[in-house]
Design a protein around this ligand. Structure first.
Ligand code: ARG
Length: 589
């Protein structure tokens, strides 16, 4: 079983053929079908079409109605207002559609693949070597992971790139220090936890910094090290590698806590483009895209100016010959377009880097590395704020440690899970596991449920609340269905298209039908928050359904089966939707 034609598409097809029969020049026009409170769907497009054809909209609408064959799919259609169409779908069509989704043995719930999949190189989860990860890195990881899952689900070929900050002048200082104090990072890898790795690096960074600031001779030696590093001196590289390895222990521990897969070969940091930097600069200079200005290699833009009206250039190479962030990103574009054959370059990066990416993309366009066949976009995200609405900091004004934050979320979630554990019959192991999935899910969902570019408040109390738009609410909705299925005994979920549906069943069914459309839209528009909104509405419709429709105590055995089928499909949809956001749905909660 492959993909299922949605009810919405079937209705649209009926409508379109009646429309083009009534008004031939409207063939192929969009009747603007929407879900509606008044009926199942409302079509608003006839108004504009009538206007264009200089026809009376109500008359045209009436004519379209008379051309629609009611029966199988459309039970009823009527003209309303100045020329809208109100459409009611047949109960049987709803159940049959859902049954086809339920029967899809590919596990895709009937969702089709995107019509024209391409290759997306996604740049996300990019912390910096020898530095603590902060909440901004959390956002990039969470949003990026959801985008990877959503895109892959639509059939897109996705290449993941973790563009970690592992290159640059600060390494001169670190390497020099470690070379002079060789045992500071010594240990057997397996013995070190992520937290220890980070505190080792942190300690080393602080002492190296102190020395750098106070000892002129050390400073000179450190500066020389940068040159050695960029020149690829083997001994210098070996020490540098120690920092990278130690940092990776830490990164992986955080990603693991986040219940997120990050694969080592996908970590291609700034250093990975080192061999390309000189050529990138040469190509830019030769083509005249970049020019020398006060010794630095710069790209200028007419519309990008500083506060005093003077142009702000993108600096590709500094006057001392060092390459910066821009050179690396431009080289990465060449690699991603020409070697990885990307059709889309997606950067999940803090909105405060928007100007950098604007300049980098424009430079790459001028150089001919980006053209109309490649889309380059920044999926920019806003700042994480504390409860007080100010950028999230500790009371001492330091950035909040990511690990501590996740631990606290899990701790609170575990308390919430524990409260109900006895009633649900959870073992201690299950409490611990669920606490983790609920806690991590809460953090991810809070991040994903607001539009990415907006700042959002990090409020743990709100995140693990059982009421409202939270992941726990969705996870409970899923677990409740599992509990009903367990209690069903002999009764099995089965579709009965002959049964009439209650209003709450219809509402739930029509929303389930929209899952496919939602996935494709969310992936294409890169708006995971709309998936969260879809799922929240699904859980809410499920709650109203329970209020109005008994499941195991329904009127007839057939109705019990049909309702079990309906809640099971809802649970599967919740599960799949949450999985696309990177959130687990425990079976017992
Ligand atoms: N490491 C950077 C940071 O911590 C993010 C890297 C974003 N990706 C890129 N290709 N520039 O801010």
């Amino acid at each position: 079983m492959a993909s299922v034609t949605s009810l919405r598409d079937s209705v649209q097809q009926h409508l379109s053929s009646a429309l083009s029969a009534a008004l031939p020049e409207a063939a192929g026009a969009d009747p603007l079908l929407r879900r509606s409170d008044r009926a199942d769907y409302q079509a608003n497009g006839i108004l504009a079409l009538a206007k264009k054809a200089k026809a009376n909209p109500r008359e045209l609408a009436t004519q379209v109605v008379s051309g629609i064959v009611t029966g199988e799919v459309i039970a009823d259609v009527e003209v309303s207002g100045p020329g809208f169409l109100n459409i009611t779908v047949a109960d049987k069509a709803i159940t049959e559609n859902l049954a086809a989704r339920y029967a899809d043995d590919t596990g895709r719930l009937g969702v089709p693949y995107a019509a024209h999949p391409g290759t997306t190189v996604i740049d996300y989860a990019q912390p910096n070597v020898a530095k603590e990860m902060h909440v901004g890195h959390l956002r990039s990881a969470v949003i990026g992971d959801a985008m990877v899952r959503l895109l892959e689900f639509t059939g897109e070929n996705v290449v993941r790139r973790h563009h970690i900050g592992d290159w640059g002048t600060q390494f001169g200082m670190l390497i020099q220090y470690l070379d002079e104090h060789p045992h500071e990072l010594d240990h057997k890898e397996s013995e070190v936890s992520g937290e220890e790795a980070m505190s080792n690096l942190d300690r080393l960074y602080k002492t190296a910094r102190k020395l750098f600031d106070s000892d002129e001779e050390f400073k000179t030696r450190a500066r020389r090290r940068v040159v050695d590093l960029q020149a690829g001196d083997p001994r210098t590289l070996a020490i540098w590698q120690k920092f990278v390895d130690e940092s990776k222990i830490y990164f992986f521990s955080v990603f693991d806590k986040l219940d997120m897969e990050v694969r080592d070969p996908d970590i291609v940091g700034e250093s990975g483009y080192n061999d390309m930097l000189a050529e990138t600069c040469r190509l830019l200079e030769e083509s005249g895209v970049a020019v020398r200005s006060e010794g630095a290699l710069c790209v200028f833009f007419d519309d990008i100016k500083g506060p005093e009206g003077n142009p702000v250039p993108l600096i590709v190479q500094k006057s001392d010959g060092g390459y910066g962030y821009a050179a690396t990103d431009l080289s990465a574009i060449r690699d991603r377009v020409f070697n990885l054959k990307a059709t889309t370059l997606l950067y999940v990066v803090d909105a405060r880097q928007a100007l950098h990416f604007r300049m980098v993309f424009e430079t790459a366009r001028r150089a001919g590395w980006l053209n109309d066949d490649v889309t380059a976009v920044q999926l920019a995200f806003g700042t994480v704020l504390g409860k007080d609405g100010k950028p999230f900091k500790t009371r001492a004004g330091e950035t909040v440690k990511l690990e501590g934050l996740l631990d606290e979320a899990v701790e609170r979630a575990t308390a919430v899970v524990r409260e109900k554990a006895e009633k649900v019959g959870l073992t201690e192991d299950e409490i611990v596991e669920n606490g983790r999935y609920v806690g991590v899910g809460a953090v991810k969902y809070a991040d994903l449920s607001t539009s990415a570019v907006r700042d959002y408040k990090f409020d743990l109390d709100q995140m693990v609340s059982l009421n409202g738009d939270t992941s726990v609410y969705l996870q409970y909705a899923y677990a409740r269905v599992q509990s009903i299925l367990r209690k069903a005994g002999e009764a099995r979920p089965a579709a009965h298209p002959e049964l009439a549906l209650a209003p709450a069943e219809r509402a739930l069914g029509l929303h389930l039908d929209q899952f496919a459309e939602t996935v494709l839209e969310v992936a294409a528009a890169r708006e995971p928050h709309k998936m969260a909104a879809y799922l929240y509405q699904l859980a809410s419709l499920l709650t109203s359904f329970y209020d109005q429709c008994p499941v195991l105590k329904a009127d007839s055995p057939a109705q019990v089966e049909n309702r079990l089928f309906l809640v099971d499909l809802t649970a599967r949809t919740l599960h799949e939707g949450m999985a696309l956001l990177g959130i687990r749905t425990p079976g017992k909660l």
